[in-house]
Ligand binder design. Structure first.
Ligand code: SF4
Length: 423
């Protein structure tokens, strides 16, 4: 994958100067090192292993060896190193490149395949939700799924639903000349938590925007950012999704319309992985138009264009957990600003690292324990300390699952908090 080899080469400049990859008790430092205290699971350790393997110093085929797989296994792709390392090493991207080569040589497990291809089959399975949910209802089936597929039986899988997001936009109510906004709904919010997409639609509409839910250029399956393919190292498939996305959104990007998304890891891939995978003016233009919902609203507010009338809500305090990619892309201040637009709401951000779920990581049987230990570092204790009236806010779908599993508290997307406050 020639296009992507630049990532590995970029990673080789990392020298661990200043020990930033090893500092302790800091918000987003490498979470796998924080819970293992093992140098192998430190950003610097991983980068050095990769460098030695690529330059042939660990012997033939070391780069795609089982040992290298284990070195990379606990990297949860949080991009904390990208933000905190002085040289901006992005181990998450290096892991993608590594998995691309590793899976080409060793193949993909059924579990990895099921996770990676979820966006392709999830929209088709809504009529089988009842059957699919039996995994967590019939005693023994979860255990069987652990033995056969490797999904931890100690955790429920996301609940399948029939009520997928179906945009309902009353064109007649749109003001002539209203500013257009594209609402890009990812697979998770489309198929598993459609209330978030409905809330975003309601908020943007209430603010007077002309919301467009884009149709794929090929009129086929829903648009997908390719995140699950990136995570599995399936770069050829990710490229297909990225090209579809770029082509489908091109008419809007050319008009400078904002592309607004809800799931940080999905939307931010348009600003990050797409640029590496498909460098050029089209991906750069798309990146320049891509915003998380809160980033878009904060930008509009700053420009004096936001016409969003908000009233106090029942909760007076909100405890905010940032998704790793929100932190890595400096998007936390935007969500804090937007929540503070709600009258009488006091917002407190948890000084948390990765929640430990990290996409599919926490669902994997062999990673369950470590995933929970990551949650216990600071996130779970902070949520447990919050009183029952406090709203727990988290934009990441896997963060919300982890918070629910680890503390029993429901966390909600910022779109739903804003919807509650609509005057
Ligand atoms: S991406 Fe996160 S888990 Fe992976 S090496 Fe960097 S800081 Fe550690």
């Amino acid at each position: 994958m020639k296009d992507y080899d630049v990532i590995i080469k970029g990673g080789l400049v990392f020298d661990g100067r200043g020990g930033h990859g090893r500092k302790a008790n800091v918000g987003t430092m490498c979470p796998s090192y924080r819970v293992t205290n093992d140098e192998q699971h430190l950003t610097r350790g991983r980068a050095n292993s990769l460098r030695l393997a690529i330059t042939g110093q660990l012997g033939k085929d070391a780069f795609t060896s089982e040992e290298m797989y284990q070195t990379m296994a606990l990297c949860v792709s949080c991009k904390g190193c990208k933000r905190e390392c002085p040289t901006g090493v992005d181990m998450a991207k290096m892991k993608i490149e590594f998995l691309y080569h590793y899976h080409r040589q060793h193949g993909l497990s059924v579990r990895d395949r099921l996770i990676a291809y979820l966006p392709r089959y999830a929209p088709k399975l809504k009529h089988f939700s009842f059957l699919l949910n039996l995994r967590d209802q019939i005693p023994g089936v979860a255990k069987l799924s652990e033995i056969l597929l490797g999904f931890s039986s100690r955790r429920r899988l996301p609940r399948w639903r029939r009520d997928h997001f179906k945009p309902f936009i009353e064109e007649a109510l749109i003001d002539a000349g209203a500013q257009e906004v594209v609402l890009l709904v990812d697979t998770f919010n489309r198929c598993f938590e459609s209330e978030n997409a409905n809330a975003a639609l309601a908020v943007l509409t209430a603010a007077g925007y002309h919301v467009i839910c884009p149709t794929p250029a090929d009129f086929g399956r829903p648009l997908c950012c390719g995140r699950t393919f990136f995570s599995a190292g399936l770069l050829d498939e990710a490229k297909v999704e990225a090209q579809r996305m770029i082509e489908s959104l091109k008419p809007y990007v050319e008009r400078g319309v904002a592309i607004v998304g809800l799931e940080p890891s999905c939307l931010l891939s348009l600003r990050d992985e797409y640029i590496s995978l498909l460098p050029g003016p089209e991906s750069s233009a798309l990146a320049g138009c891509a915003f998380l919902l809160e980033e878009f609203l904060a930008r509009e507010h700053k420009a004096g264009r936001l016409r969003l009338s908000l009233k106090p809500i029942a909760a007076k305090q909100a405890l905010l957990h940032g998704h790793c990619h929100q932190k890595a892309f400096a998007a936390m201040s935007a969500i804090e600003q937007v929540l503070s637009l709600i009258p009488e709401l006091e917002v407190q951000t948890i000084d948390s690292s990765c929640c430990g779920m990290a996409g599919s990581f926490g669902y994997e049987a062999e990673h369950y324990e470590i995933s929970m230990r990551m949650g216990e570092l600071s996130l779970f204790p902070a949520v447990r300390e919050a009183d029952s009236e406090t709203l727990i806010v988290a934009d990441g779908t896997s963060c919300r699952s982890q918070i629910q599993h680890g503390t029993g508290r429901e966390a909600i997307h910022v779109a739903r908090v804003l919807q509650m406050a609509l005057a």
